[in-house]
Every structure is written in C-alpha cells, then in structure tokens.
Design a protein around this ligand. Structure first.
Ligand code: ADP
Length: 209
C-alpha cells in the first residue's frame, strides 16, 4: 500500500467532501501555497487516489490501494524475477571475490560461512574501501570487509516484488539475497533480487522487451 502522509490524507478528505475542487481551493483550505501543494497532488494522482480534469478540478476516484499498478505488483512474487546469486565462502580472499564480481558481472556478492549458510554481503563500495585500506587484497579474507549477519536485509521467494522493492528503497541497498529459512534461523541463499530485477520487470510490464 502507498503510505500517505498526514497532509495527503487530509487532502483526500477535502476532495472527498468538496470535489470536484480546484487546486487553488484545496490550497486555501489547507492554508498552503499552490507550490507546496503541487507535489502532494502529483503523488495522489499518480497513486490513483485522485484524478484531475481540466477546468473541473480534482475528484476522488474511490480507488485506494487497488490502483492498477499496485495490484499488478502485488501479484508478482520475488521468485518470478529473481536472478542467480553469486556466492563465495567467507575465507575467500578479497582479491578472488573481486575477480568473481567482475567475471560474473554483478554488483554484489553474497558470502556463506563454513556451514554454507548466509554470512554476509559485499558490495562494490566495500571492495573499494578495502583497496584504500592498505592491506593486500590477496591476504585479506572477504569476511573481513563484508556486512555481516544479522544485519542483512533479505527477501523470500513468496514475498511480493513491491515489498521487496520497498526494502531496497528503505535500506538504500542495491540487492537483497533471496533466502529460505532452515533450522536454527539459518538462511539458505536461493537467489538475488536487485535494482536490475525491478528495472527489467518495469520494462517487461511496459511491453518493451
Ligand atoms: P554500493 O557499494 O554500490 O553502494 P550498496 O548500496 O548495495 O552498494 O551497499 C552499500 C552498503 O550496504 C555496503 O556496505 C554493503 O555491504 C551493504 N549492503 C548491501 N546489500 C545489503 C543487504 N541486502 N543487507 C544489508 N547490507 C547490505
């Protein structure tokens, strides 16, 4: 569901009650400038809550989270768009892990511990940081520079892509390991869900590929 701010919820109330109503009239009821109101109206029309007709004004569509895009995205599960993960062991050298990153043409590498379960994540920036750190990258294990469990944001096969995409935005990361819970809370890596997965999905939905 698109999370509305208090102000956006208030705008919807006004439009429900008095619509069709001009942007100017909404602004004056809220004691806001047109400029301050504009981005809220854009969000609400894009989300499908409100619609606008020239010379008539804004009106309430009655659609809430059922906007078509939300509905479509809720139906698509992570397993339908996930890619093959690139995985190395924790004792792999930073050098060898960087070679995998390049050869596999990926932006993020997932790291597993001795037990084969998710231990961490290494991104391009982590590799860059290790290069300016001074220690030889062939001497340093990748476990040394990774972001470590339990601080890893993950997704699961049956999560819908909208929820997974929201995690990517909220935590500002490029990719999420797709995992399956096994015993003792250990996580088996079964895929990756990335910004590219989302972009590919968008172009497919738009019928462009
Ligand atoms: P970049 O290095 O290109 O900025 P990210 O934004 O994905 O790539 O990574 C930023 C930081 O977040 C890195 O330190 C990385 O280890 C960490 N990170 C990446 N993905 C995840 C994730 N799924 N969960 C937790 N931390 C992550």
């Amino acid at each position: 569901m698109v999370d509305l701010t208090e102000r956006q919820a208030r705008i919807i109330e006004i439009v429900k009650k008095s619509g069709p109503i001009s942007g100017e009239d909404i602004a004056s009821q809220l004691k806001l400038s047109r400029a301050a109101l504009r981005p809220h109206l854009s969000v609400l029309t894009m989300s499908g809550h409100l619609a606008a007709r020239p010379r008539v004004g804004y009106y309430y569509t009655g659609k809430t989270e059922n906007s078509l895009i939300t509905k479509a995205l809720r139906k698509i599960k992570v397993k339908e768009v996930k890619a093959i993960p690139v995985v190395v062991k924790e004792d792999t050298s930073v050098y060898d892990a960087a070679v995998s990153l390049i050869l596999e043409d990926t932006g993020t590498i997932f790291v597993v511990g001795e037990d084969g379960y998710l231990a961490g994540v290494v991104s391009r920036k982590d590799f860059l940081k290790s290069c300016i750190g001074g220690t030889s990258t062939s001497q340093m294990p990748v476990g040394f520079i990774m972001t470590r469990m339990p601080n890893i944001i993950t997704t699961e096969s049956d999560e819908d892509v909208l929820e997974a995409a929201k995690k990517i935005m909220e935590y500002q990361v490029d990719s999420l390991p797709v995992v399956r819970q096994v015993k003792d809370g250990k996580l088996k890596i079964i895929g990756r869900f990335t910004k590219t997965s989302i972009t590919r999905l968008m172009t497919e939905l738009g019928g462009e590929m």
